[in-house]
Write a protein that binds this ligand. Sequence first.
Ligand code: NI
Length: 198
Amino acid sequence: MKKVAFLVATALLAPSAFAHQAGDILVRGGAMTVAPTTDADETFDVDSNTQLGLTFSYMVTDNWGVELLAATPFSHDVSLKGAGEVASVKHLPPTLMAQYYFGNAQSKVRPYVGAGVNYTFFFDEEGLGDLNGADVKADDSWGLAAQAGVDMDVTDNLFINGSVWFMDIDTDVSVGGSQVDTANIDPAGLMVGLGYRF
Ligand code: NI
């Protein structure tokens, strides 16, 4: 009887390692909005778009992880000052992050920050309005990226996630082979969704 009581007490007092820890794979999915932060004095204006965002993290230690961001293609309308909409573009912004998670393997809430690189490739560029039918091209872009987020455990494996992102995305836009200007899209991203820990 004493032994049973001891086992029960041990089970109750043992730290339950439910939260992120070394070796875990975290998959997060949710709505991701990309809101360009183009300045008012710039040539181009680019509108926001929301797509399905997916991230895959691997916990290297209980506190350090690496994350890859993937998403369904974002689609933006591009406006030229005084001429209205002149193009639509699609892009994919795969991003690789090194992440630091605060707390420890017992924490049910894990805030984190990350920094890394973003590669954005543009496709399906299409001239609209005054540029209807024109050969519009947006160059691919390499840039730095940063993020902050939080994971909150719901069950042993399921958690809620929210994160904000910043990506330095600058693309040279050309029409008919001649460069018009560089579009500094530099979007802020917001992702809200669910995660699963394997
Ligand atoms: Ni920039």
